[in-house]
Design a protein around this ligand. Structure first.
Ligand code: SAH
Ligand code: SF4
Length: 373
């Protein structure tokens, strides 16, 4: 028996239908309904959720509280395998690992797992490709293939949690502590699946992974309608806004969606988010040599942010193949930081983890595509 359609509003119902349904696509209540529709007692859904989120047990043979003869069919129905590992590449002595995943329709997406002394972070994809077209971004160059389902996004996170628990990174078994939506795609353009995933991350056992909301960062190019909707959810996840420049003239070029929502509107939406959740937000700023790294821009950014509860994250540009742009000079970066700090704006320069394995933004999937084309 196949799992019946539950009445949910999806962003792209036609495409989404093709992705097999997974327990992670549903709310806890819907999971119980789905179990009942399969002719199972509702508590089976809770048992499977516990195996999936708490035990990270992907082998149904180990599900000892479920009758042996039922395990495989229940697993096929509720936790079908949605992502298959194509290859992994590591760097930083194994502390950074980038995984390339193939989805059921052959689409490729990637995630990056990074172990630090005090935490393990996974950077995940919310879409295959991205339709926002930022010219400095490898994912943006490829365009949007499709939205991922909540199951496909959640699977990347659960696979990362399992890799940590299994001690696959040097330093022994660990607990996945942080999740950032900074892989491929614009999370707020795949809103429903992303919010379902946020619940899967935050909800305590048996419904989710029980990771604290503050350890989750949703990075957006600045979709104001999406930020407003997220504000209403009342989830205290960290919001990151990819600003990249304090002036609309340049931002119209670097971030094409700026023609729809201007900087003022984006910051107002982020402020409202901060007010509602009490969470300081991040401003992401890719430092591009001689494009957006001038001291006058730092000055303008400082003035824009000095009375806001925001933190600036400077990201040295990771040049994409064929791009004429490159990362800022060290001295320009240092001056940029100095000026911002003069305004009392907290600022950090992002470490360049994973750079030699194309650790940023769609580059592994892009290179795999070139290999197979
Ligand atoms: N679409 C979302 C999240 C994914 S991109 C967003 O744009 O925020 C995650 C971050 O990587 C964004 O801040 C994005 O601007 C940045 N980024 C994209 N391409 C980059 C590159 N080539 N070098 C450095 N940062 C890049
Ligand atoms: Fe999409 Fe973000 Fe890349 Fe822009 S930077 S194209 S929004 S993934």
């Amino acid at each position: 028996m196949s799992i019946p359609e539950v009445n949910l509003v999806f962003d792209e119902p036609v495409q989404r239908k093709k992705v097999p349904k997974h327990l992670a696509d549903y709310s806890p209540e819907e999971r119980r309904e789905v179990a009942k529709a399969l002719g199972l007692p509702a508590f089976r859904a809770t048992q499977v959720a516990t195996h999936y989120f708490s035990h990270l047990a992907d082998d149904p043979q180990t599900w000892s509280d479920i009758p042996a003869e039922m395990r495989h069919s229940i697993a096929d129905q509720l936790t079908p395998k949605l992502i298959e590992l194509v290859r992994s590449v590591t760097c930083d002595n194994g502390m950074t690992r980038k995984d390339l995943w193939k989805l059921h329709d052959g689409t490729l997406v990637e995630s990056v797992l990074m172990r630090y002394t005090d935490r393990v972070t996974v950077c995940i994809s919310s879409q295959a490709g991205c339709g926002m077209g930022c010219p400095f971004c490898a994912t943006g160059q490829a365009g949007l293939t499709r939205n991922l389902s909540a199951g496909e996004i959640t699977e990347q996170i659960v696979a990362a949690a399992r890799a940590c628990a299994n001690g696959e990174l040097p330093g022994g078994p660990a607990r996945l502590s942080n999740i950032v939506f900074m892989g491929m795609g614009e999370p707020l353009a795949n809103y429903n699946a992303v919010v379902r995933t946020l619940h899967n991350i935050i909800d305590p056992a048996p419904d989710g992974l029980g990771i604290s909301a503050r350890s989750v960062t949703v990075s957006t190019v600045g979709l104001v309608n999406g930020i407003e909707k997220l504000t209403e959810e009342g989830l205290a996840v960290t919001l990151a806004v990819s600003l990249h420049t304090p002036d609309d003239e340049l931002r119209d070029t670097l971030v094409p969606i700026n023609s729809r929502w201007k900087i003022k509107e984006v910051l107002a939406a982020a402020d409202a988010y901060e007010k509602r959740t009490g969470r300081r937000y991040s401003i992401e700023y890719a430092m591009i040599r001689d494009i957006n790294d001038q001291s006058w821009r730092s000055d303008l950014l400082g003035r824009l942010l000095k009375n806001r509860n925001a933190h600036v994250n400077l990201i040295p540009l990771n040049p994409t193949p064929g791009s004429k742009w490159t990362a800022s000079r060290r001295e320009d970066e240092a001056e940029f930081v100095r000026i911002l700090e003069g305004y009392g704006v907290p600022v950090t320069v992002r470490d360049t983890r994973g750079r030699e394995i194309d650790g940023a933004c769609g580059q592994l999937a892009a290179s795999e595509k070139t290999r197979t084309d």
